[in-house]
Design a protein around this ligand. Structure first.
Ligand code: FAD
Ligand code: NAI
Length: 464
């Protein structure tokens, strides 16, 4: 009889866990995945990346049709109206087809889905709702959940987190968003486009922490121009709900005179924290770090032999593609291959309109490491963007002044999320700005702006 039930047991079927499970099975390992949700795919497919992108797309279509923005192209649409029930139904359809797709892939690859909550009872043993399961290797891929704001109770009706804000059944008259990060701006954009007044309250003096300083300043200009009210350097001191409306108390982050804002809905989006509670980590002697995450080594191994961890539950950006790549790598390491993730080249994208995309170092980080050169090219000077009347934004390439190696790329554009892949690939291959500048780019495309920004590093853009 085999020593263990499985070669690999993964706890959590988000982008980290389900990818790890499929790859482990592909590599010939007997694999099971524990997931407590009714559907596979984790936060990303159920209540994160995918439903938010479905609503961003649909709300963009509505805004284009409704606002008269297409009239300048000779496209006159009258009587465009919102059927929010249909928009939500289509989003739900997207989610169920994607989560069902993972169930299909599990079957196809012979991954066993153990439905229930997983909890360690020993280093190689997990209790799944009363069933004892053993495995030679156990991967923790339990993801993250919303960080609560002390004193602000989420009821998913008036005061919601991202999950509630993906499911409103009517457009709030006034939505107050607490937190000017990725979720606040993406979901704030959805409801703004559908007709809500949106006020964003951000503790720091700028939106989008972690992004390049120049990009963050530009973001504030863009969202203000779109009609969002931004209260930067401001903290929320309390939210009181009465009769279906909320009163949000705010004051300057540095202290001072407070004010109150009336809102029909409040979205709390102040970050996410690792899911480690109820996992029985203490039983196997695994502590969490000061940020509540599980520390791992270069191979995604924890300090407990046979126990590995990936995705949002470990340090690094909380992004689906980072979790997926770690899922591939951990499975390969468990199988005795060499699984590596280059954590210096992980793109990040905010899927608003325009999109904000970045990879590598910000200007501020790069300057701390040494002398740099910067090339910038505005979409105002890109012919395709001009033809499409889509000229907002720029590309910024940061290179090492001595070696010309590209250290970071930052893009604001309607197509930034797609364009950043080229920059990531170039950086993965150790490209210089000259390499990008002398790569032939198809004309006319937005991508030419990246080539021109790279030419700018060398001081020689053509169209500026
Ligand atoms: P998760 O996706 O969180 O999956 C973990 C799974 O483990 C969950 O299904 C959970 O039910 C299960 N689980 C936890 N504990 C247990 C247990 N003890 N037993 C059994 N099951 C358990 N990232 C992007 O890259 N792009 C985006 O556009 C994007 N949009 C987002 C939008 C929103 C609104 C949110 C909230 C997040 C978004 N993210 C996005 C972040 C992305 O969703 C996460 O980074 C990603 O899901 C992390 O994957 P994971 O596998 O680590 O964890
Ligand atoms: P975030 O970290 O992006 O932004 C949170 C914001 O809230 C920060 O700007 C922070 O300064 C602010 N804040 C914190 N406490 C506050 C307070 N008390 N009052 C006012 N502001 C406060 O976190 P967010 O937006 O909740 O997203 C969570 C995670 O989900 C992110 O780490 C992101 O990686 C992931 N995500 C990724 C997306 C993408 O890749 N497109 C989309 C949505 C989420």
């Amino acid at each position: 009889m085999a020593e263990y039930d499985y070669d690999v047991l993964i706890i959590g079927a988000g982008p980290g866990g389900y990818v790890a499970a499929i790859r482990a099975a592909q590599l010939g390992l007997k694999t099971a995945c524990v997931e407590s949700r009714d559907t596979l795919g984790g936060t990303c497919l159920n209540v994160g990346c995918m439903p938010s992108k479905a609503l961003l797309h649909a709300s963009h279509l509505y805004e284009e049709a409704h606002s008269g923005a297409l009239a300048k192209f000779g496209v006159n649409i009258s009587g465009a109206s919102l059927d929010l029930g249909q928009m939500q139904a289509e989003k739900n359809e997207v989610v169920s087809s994607l989560t069902g797709g993972i169930a299909f892939l599990f079957k196809k690859n012979k991954v066993t889905w153990l439905k229930g909550h997983g909890r360690f009872t020993a280093a190689h043993t997990v209790d799944v709702d009363g069933q004892t399961v053993t495995a030679k290797n156990i991967v923790i891929a339990t993801g993250s959940s919303v960080t609560p704001l002390p004193g602000v109770a989420i009821d998913q009706k008036v005061v919601v987190d991202s999950t509630g804000a993906l499911a409103f059944d009517k457009v709030p008259g006034h939505l107050v968003v607490i937190g000017g990060g990725v979720i606040g701006l993406e979901l704030g954009s959805v409801w703004k486009r559908l007709g809500a007044k949106v006020t964003v309250v951000e503790y720091l003096d700028q939106l989008l922490p972690g992004m390049d300083g120049e990009v963050r300043k530009e973001a504030a200009k863009i969202f203000k121009k779109q009609g969002m009210e931004l209260k930067l350097g401001t903290k929320v001191t309390g939210v009181a709900v009465k009769g279906g409306t909320a009163t949000v108390s705010i004051e300057p982050a540095a202290g001072g005179t407070g004010e109150k804002i009336e809102a029909d809905a409040v979205l709390v989006a102040i970050g996410r924290r690792a899911n480690t509670e109820g996992l029985g980590l203490d039983v196997i002697g695994l502590e969490t770090n000061a940020r509540g995450q599980i520390d791992i080594d270069h191979d995604f191994a924890t300090k407990v032999p046979g126990v590995w961890a990936i995705g949002d539950v470990v340090p690094g950006p909380m992004l689906a593609h980072k979790a997926e790549d770690e899922g591939l790598a951990v499975a390969e390491n468990i199988a005795g291959l060499t699984g590596i993730v280059n954590h210096d080249v992980i793109p990040g994208v905010v899927y608003t309109n325009p999109e904000f995309a970045s990879v590598g170092l910000t200007e501020e980080q790069a300057k701390e490491r040494g002398e740099i050169k910067i090339g910038k090219f505005p979409f105002m000077a890109n012919s395709r963007a001009k033809a499409n009347r889509d000229t907002e934004g720029f590309v910024k390439v940061i290179a090492d002044a001595k070696t010309d190696r590209v250290l970071g790329v930052h893009i604001i554009s309607s197509l930034a999320g797609t364009m950043i892949a080229q920059a990531a690939q170039a950086m993965e291959f150790g490209a210089t700005s000259e390499d990008i500048a002398y790569t032939c780019h198809a004309h006319p495309t937005h991508a030419e702006a990246l080539k021109e920004a790279a030419m700018g590093v060398l001081g020689k853009p053509i169209h500026m």
